[in-house]
Design a protein around this ligand. Sequence first.
Ligand SMILES: Cc1cc2nc3c(=O)[nH]c(=O)nc-3n(C[C@H](O)[C@H](O)[C@H](O)COP(=O)(O)OP(=O)(O)OC[C@H]3O[C@@H](n4cnc5c(N)ncnc54)[C@H](O)[C@@H]3O)c2cc1C
Length: 511
Amino acid sequence: MSALESALAAWRSALGEEHVVTEPEALAAAETATFATTQRIPAILRPASTAEVQACLRIAQEHRVPVYPVSTGRNWGYGSRVPPRDGSVLMELGRMNRILAHDEKLAYLTVEPGVTFRQAHAWLRTQGSRTFITSIGGSPDASMVGNALERGDGRGPHADIFQYVCALEVVLPTGERVETGLARFPGARAAPVFRWGVGPSLDGLFSQSSLGVVTRMTFWLARKQPYLREFFISVDEDAQLFERLDRLQELALDGTLRSSFFFWNDLKALSIAQQYPYAATSGRTPLPPVLLDQFREGFGRWAISGALHAPDVDLGAVLERRLAAALEGLPRPLRLSPPPVDGESPFQGVPTDINLSMTYWRKRTPRPDEPHPDRDRCGFIWCSVALPFTGEEAQRAVAIADRLPRMFGFEPNLALLAHSARCLYLVVALAFDRDKRGEDERALACYRALARELTTAGYYPTRLGLQSADDSLPTGDDSLALLRRLKQAVDPAGILAPGRYVPGIPGNDPE
Ligand SMILES: Cc1cc2nc3c(=O)[nH]c(=O)nc-3n(C[C@H](O)[C@H](O)[C@H](O)COP(=O)(O)OP(=O)(O)OC[C@H]3O[C@@H](n4cnc5c(N)ncnc54)[C@H](O)[C@@H]3O)c2cc1C
């Protein structure tokens, strides 16, 4: 028997036949992302407990078969469920979907990796909770743990999601189990409320990593606020955007803006509002300027949106005045939403799939009620980089991101996200149709050119997807050597997610 066959037999006896999937249709679906990939997946493992994850990894180690873990695998735009290395067995953790603990007063929720944003939101609602979990712009059926491990970004006061987690339970590639922070001490009562514990803090080692499989995580919840208003204003010129951006950064630093806020360009908004107008362009792409101008008349060039929130209405009125003063003088009005019914807003945890429409922008078939861009052959690639939060830096980076996609025949779909009072994310989306010949190759070439030019200008990625797996980012120190040593120490057989975030370990990839 080959190593793989022996491992499959052992996994079947550990998990049960039905949880070791080898049906060709299921494997083909798992091998499909929102851009071209070539990796083949020989099997999918579906463990239901930490003990089963341990058993799976011990078997993988014994037989030297690589395993790639995902929680719900909706990493759309970054490679979906497809492993970086050909021949990796996929480990899907969707069956581990229990909410393990909730404390309303201390505002935390402890979950397994299969728990989704939709599930957590519904559960907190049925508890009548006054707290909420940060929601994202991606699928409501994405997992909180998978998103946090990728250091995802969300809407609300806890936008930098990984900042608000602790007490990870992790299975190492050897099958050993570790817990982080105080959780490693039996009976430590502050484990879910204190991140650091004593000694080196390990949490970060397991995010954007290939050092362990996370099987439990505690999320700190935010409190719903009695005063919440979503705001929206648009500007017609780039110069207006960059100047206001500096003023809004000050409001983030002084505490007026404590929730995330965004700057969206016209093309991003358009690609959510509708699909590509093929009839109006006689099938030609990219979008002619005259059609974009028509949309701009109503929408503007950029929209600034976010939320104000406060523990009482009087304080809220002060925040409104401060925001209005910062945006005064713009030709278009500042609009504030009415208070949301029952406090239900995307800025207070309500998941929505509206943004997934942009993955169908260039498709000729309509967006279905239940979008699934892998299945529907939507072409979609993210490129996300970090910038210092100043108008000058934003202008410099946007100039690159606005130009490159056009050179390859794509519309620049751009957002700037206020990740903190100091840091902006510039997030570029390339949307295309995988059913159109040549688009897959052109989109990947565009992504590479864009990523290269942004890096050369000093704007480095916030996360890496499969589209960048073979790019090794230039480093000016010995950190890569350290990462490789850590990987070799923790995963001597190289069986866990080879190729993920720690590039090029000769001899560490299994045969
Ligand atoms: C239109 C659109 C909008 C989006 N908006 C956002 C957004 O606002 N914010 C955002 O952050 N993302 C966004 N995304 C990107 C992506 O969809 C989300 O980040 C999503 O949460 C990732 O999928 P998942 O949660 O199912 O994670 P998974 O696919 O399960 O995991 C992601 C990766 O983390 C690692 N991993 C997962 N689970 C484990 C584990 N238990 N142990 C060890 N490693 C693990 C693996 O490397 C895996 O590939 C968006 C995508 C689209 C298409």
